[in-house]
Design a protein around this ligand. Structure first.
Ligand SMILES: [Zn+2]
Length: 330
């Protein structure tokens, strides 16, 4: 019996010289103590066993994106850990795509010191008792639950380096950053605070437009906010708009386009009506980048397209200049 068992092994050793073949006579032992042609001890299933000439996949330890909460880049589909994303100001480290920032994160990012928040006393009403696929109050409570915010615009005042500023930011996650009467109220309050303290106002816009659930009341906010900005202009109080992706509709048609300076983030989509609506109206096919920030910069709608990493410096430099304050960076 032992002679019969030993024979195939001897033959194999003679043929391959240095390669030890598995003991094929023992079916339970085929996966153990194998030495592969590359010298590795396999201890693996046949599926993972290395084959000469075929590149072996390295079994690396789990990477950070596999062990930490991560976000997928919507442009290059890379997984980025949330920690890395926050440290990189929500810019993809692989393709430089600017991912959306929530309004609260945006304001805490821009302000070195937050002295207070405005407009939290305003709450949305439902005067039209508007119902589309869901009643308006239900949509509101869902948005509040999703974002942890009470409305689509957040206003804070504080310090940007050595400058006092009032800053507001739209949260696109909250019903598409739509402008209803509370957004109008908060924006006007921000403008009045800026006017009263004679400090600049900075607005980060990200909106789908007026909030249709409030009908005419939402459209009225266009006039209200425009009037508040006009009061700033008369008083010589600077107002800077940063257009982030996307800004559309009634917000573009009012407060987002009335700044003293319009900055935009790279590749932000900015327009009044969407591409499809314009094409159906003018019966023409429009070239793809026509509502991108870079295209609008070439055509004079936007003053500068600024990478998010340079945004705070740029806003500060502009405000210091407009306020006649010595630039602490210079
Ligand atoms: Zn990316």
């Amino acid at each position: 019996m032992s002679q019969l068992v030993d024979k195939p092994l001897m033959m194999a050793n003679n043929m391959t010289d240095t390669i030890t073949k598995p003991d094929m006579t023992n079916p339970n032992n085929t996966e153990k103590n194998n030495v592969e042609p590359n010298g590795n001890t396999a201890g693996q299933s046949w599926f993972n066993r290395s084959v000469p000439g075929i590149k072996q996949q390295l079994t690396a330890p789990l990477t950070a994106v596999e062990t930490e909460p991560s976000t997928k880049c919507s442009n290059c589909h890379s997984m980025i850990t949330n920690t890395a994303l926050i440290f990189n100001c929500y810019v993809c480290p692989h393709c430089d795509h600017h991912l959306p920032m929530s309004a609260r994160e945006r304001l805490h990012w821009i302000l070195d010191q937050v002295d207070g928040e405005l407009g939290q006393e305003f709450t949305a009403k439902d005067p039209l008792r508007f119902v589309d696929s869901k009643p308006y109050p239900k949509r509101m409570s869902e948005a509040q639950e999703k974002t942890g915010e009470s409305e689509a615009l957040i206003v804070m005042y504080g310090k940007l380096r050595n400058l006092d500023v009032v800053a507001c930011a739209f949260d696109f996650r909250f019903m598409g950053g739509s402008m209803g009467s509370v957004v109008g109220d908060r924006f006007v309050q921000a403008a009045e605070k800026a006017l009263e303290d004679k400090v600049p106002l900075v607005c980060f816009a990200a909106s789908g437009g007026a909030r249709m659930q409030e009908g005419l009341l939402s459209l009225m906010q266009m006039a209200r906010t425009a009037a508040a900005i006009e009061r700033l202009r008369i008083a010589g109080v600077p107002y800077i708009v940063v257009l982030t992706n996307p800004v559309y509709g009634g917000v573009t048609a009012s407060l987002a386009m009335l700044g003293d300076i319009h900055l935009a983030e790279p590749k932000a989509m900015i327009g009044f009506a969407g591409k499809r609506v314009i094409e159906q109206t003018v019966r023409e096919t429009l070239e793809e980048p026509f509502q991108r920030a870079e295209f609008l910069l070439e055509h004079g709608v936007v003053d500068e397209v600024v990478h998010r990493h340079q945004l705070i410096d740029t806003i500060y430099r502009l405000l210091a200049k407009l306020c006649g304050v010595p630039n602490v960076n210079a």
